[in-house]
Design a protein around this ligand. Structure first.
Ligand code: IMP
Length: 424
């Protein structure tokens, strides 16, 4: 008899990121043997409140708080050695031992200090059409990966200095061509090189083999998404996107697992919408209601501190993301933020120049939302721990979304507390 193979379940933000993945991964971790990041890098900020302390994880998977788990930074990720070192040392100072439990793919790409300068230079050159990046060098690093000139984690182990100088010189030439010469990376570079040495403490491995062997042994893997589906390089609101594959397909390429190894896909969204950075955002509210949602929902960026743009729930976006990812279960976060609204609006279609669509359009610029009113529940949700106590109108809101998307909402979060994650 052959042993039952394990599965990779994915936990994905399915809108514009910031859905509260950190909290959910933390809740899910006990069920998995391995937690792996498959895309993105320090542009992410997964906030976890653990034993009364708040941590913002950028590159390190959220399974790190659980001593028994293996955590993997997969090949689809990009990693900044200096920021990684700061993040890891903060956890070490808090008493966590990381070195045996955190494995880094040799195929993951390194973010150089000059990638971050390039990020700024490219943004500056864009004028008013800025992407509004996090400034962490994400785009330039993935560009070098695609251009086949990038440095990988495995490069640290051999002739590194020479490879580093070659790529740095290439970047400096581009910066001169862009007339972007007013930068000084001396201090940053020193820390970065320290970070390179620090990374050598960790197993720098071929993580695709580790993951597949774990699956063969019947172990289960949680793929922890970063950003959101509408920031995906292929399926997002291009060019206002991040540069990685944030969707379910990215789990396969970013970890080296085959599609038939994927089990459930949990799609996380908030009971309303937010976006940080530039780009179209059809459901954006420019009025007091938007400010109220921002204020109650504390919608300020975990990495950059920027105000997040706020709006009502967007079913066009949600249905599109469910389709692209094959979402099996929806996870609705921050429902309590809408407690005080008499009426809640939901966007059911987009309209422009007399044309109305329900399929996500190729170019989301210039579309207006078509709203449908849904009655608010006007009851505080945050103390509730059981579905049977949900106010009728909140249960109706859940049922409305399930009907519209054809997908069950399996988990509902009603406050930042760990216990306020209600399984249905
Ligand atoms: P980049 O990933 O820094 O290149 O930024 C590209 C776009 O993605 C910008 O609009 C960012 O604001 C957005 N973005 C990147 N990471 C996150 C995230 O973790 N949450 C929300 N938005 C993000």
């Amino acid at each position: 008899m052959t042993m039952k193979q394990g599965k990779v379940d994915a936990l994905l933000g399915i809108v514009f990121g910031d859905e509260g993945k950190g909290k959910v991964v933390d809740y899910f971790t006990p069920r998995y043997d391995v937690v792996a990041r498959f895309a993105g890098g320090p542009n992410a900020g997964h906030t976890i409140i653990f034993e009364g302390k708040k941590f913002v994880l950028r590159s390190i998977p959220s399974g790190i708080f659980d001593e028994g788990k293996v955590n993997i930074i997969g090949n689809g990720c990009v990693i900044a050695p200096d920021l990684f070192m700061a993040e890891a040392q903060e956890l070490e100072t808090a008493g966590y031992t990381l070195t045996n439990r955190l494995h880094i793919s040799r195929r993951a790409h390194l973010i150089l200090p000059t990638h971050r300068v390039l990020d700024r230079a490219y943004e500056a050159a864009k004028g008013k059409n800025k992407v509004g990046t996090t400034g962490k060098g994400i785009g330039p690093t993935y560009s070098d990966k695609a251009a086949r000139v990038g440095l990988r984690v495995g490069d640290i182990l051999e002739n590194f200095e020479e490879k580093y100088q070659t790529l740095k010189a290439r970047h400096e030439q581009i910066l001169r061509d862009l007339h972007f010469t007013d930068y000084d990376i001396a201090d940053e570079e020193k820390k970065w090189l320290e970070g390179i040495e620090y990374m050598k403490k960790f197993p720098l491995t071929d993580t695709e083999f580790e993951i597949n062997r774990a699956l063969e042994q019947g172990k289960n893997v949680l793929a922890e998404g970063a950003q959101g589906s509408l920031l995906d390089i292929d399926h997002g609101t291009y060019p206002y996107v991040s540069s990685s594959s944030t969707t379910a397909g990215g789990v396969c390429t970013g970890l080296g697992v085959a599609p038939n190894r994927i089990g459930r896909i949990f799609g996380i969204f908030k009971a309303y919408s937010t976006r940080v950075g530039g780009g179209p955002f059809v459901v954006e509210l420019f009025d007091e209601t938007g400010d109220t949602i921002r204020h109650i929902g504390n919608e300020y960026g975990a990495v950059t501190g920027r105000n997040r743009r706020c709006g009502w729930l967007d079913l066009v976006a949600l249905k599109y993301a469910i389709m692209i990812n094959g979402v099996t279960d929806l996870v609705m976060m921050k429902s309590d933020v809408l407690d005080d609204f008499e009426t809640i609006k939901v966007c059911t279609a987009y309209t422009k120049d007399g044309v109305t669509v329900t399929d996500m359009p190729y170019d989301t610029e210039g579309w207006q939302p078509v709203w449908e009113d849904v009655p608010g529940w006007h009851t505080p949700l945050s103390e509730l721990r059981n579905e049977k106590d949900f106010p009728k109108k909140f249960a109706d809101y859940i049922a409305y979304i399930e009907r519209a998307t054809g997908t069950p909402i399996s988990i509902v979060s009603v406050s930042p507390d760990r216990e306020a994650t209600i399984i249905r």
